[in-house]
Design a protein around this ligand. Sequence first.
Ligand code: ARG
Length: 457
Amino acid sequence: MAQLWGGRFTKETDQMVYAFNASIGFDKRLLPQDIRGSLAHVRTLEKAGILTEEESARIREGLEGILQDVQAGTLPVDETCEDVHSFVESVLTKRIGELGKKLHTGRSRNDQVALDMRLYTRDKVKETDELVKSLLEALYDVMAANTQTFMPGFTHLQKAQPVTLAHHFGAYFEMLRRDRERLADIYRRMNYCPLGAGALAGTTYPLDRALTASLLGFAGPTRNSMDSVSDRDYLLEFLSALSIIMMHLSRFCEEIIIWNSDEYRFVEIDDAYSTGSSIMPQKKNPDIAELVRGKTGRVYGALFGLLTTMKGIPLAYNKDMQEDKEGSFDAMDTAAACLRLFTGMIASMRFRNERMAASAAGGFTNATDAADYLVRKGVPFRDAHGIVGRMVLACMEKGCALDALSMEELRGFCDQIDEDFYEAVSLETCVKARLTAGGPGPEAMEAYLKECKAYLS
Ligand code: ARG
């Protein structure tokens, strides 16, 4: 077992203690980031005159060889090492000799791991943004094809007013657009380099931290060395953004599960995204949607886990912070998989437009419009509300829609009703009349889609 300390110890570490303390089992995925960070560190050491040009080149060549060999599978990660940092340093020293031991000059594992995790997370923020963007593109395609697909809009899961499928999807488009804004915001705030903070109090070597930062694509170095090694805010922010993304996907999944049910049949999930039952031959279950909804819990779990881990830690680094990794990695993997699968499910889903329109026509979603019609004929709104309520009750008894009542029946409720009533309460009219910006009306929707398209390109 390779450990980076031991000089002041007189006894071997207990085996169980060693295993409990080790992090290589999960931080090995930071190897590319660890090497990238070391490559930049070596250049900064060279600039400070701590390494000669020749030494710097040899160390960098050694580091690049390790990365290549690990990625090619010819150098297995030795899991008896304490962590990924010890592994890289021990292989380097084996390969290039004594010179390898100079790599860690002016650096601590505290700023090293802070850097590795930040580099890893920064890439994941970008990757998540790209996945959300792909989903937005899939949503846009559905919206553009369905501006005339009428469906009931719901409140309390009860049919409320008619909308269109494009309008309904537009709501999710907005949620996910905000998610991208959150990611961009996190990226901007986290994009500072902690390397050079040392263990906590900086270092006595004249390291040009601005150089390290720029070599690694950061906007600059972090501003306080104690904060640099103990800050995991960026990770909490990212987990929080991922939790909100998952919450959005989960709500969408819930709707898709309902819409895919035999009672609704608004959509049909593609066979490729459904699974069967081992006992009931007729079943085609929306498992992917259910799993995405279910996995939301573990992403929230990672956020709450880390918030709780961080809450009592005094400055600066404490080993508690090693616990920032497993839950975060799991949350990042989970959210990425959910985004990928959800996008595929939406892109392959069949929309049953006729079922949606029939549902919108059958559920008195035009009752508000009927009341508005009476208002236009001079009836005060409160009276109109009562009249239409009585009409709905009568229709429920008859089992018909408002516009299935005859003119005679209609006049029995209110003698101000004319032939133009039928046109006024048709689904087309009800949607068309909702002309306010942000509404489902055709003009508002056209302007909205144009804006969405410009946003995506
Ligand atoms: N494995 C550690 C972590 O993930 C690396 C930093 C160790 N630092 C230390 N002082 N023991 O946090």
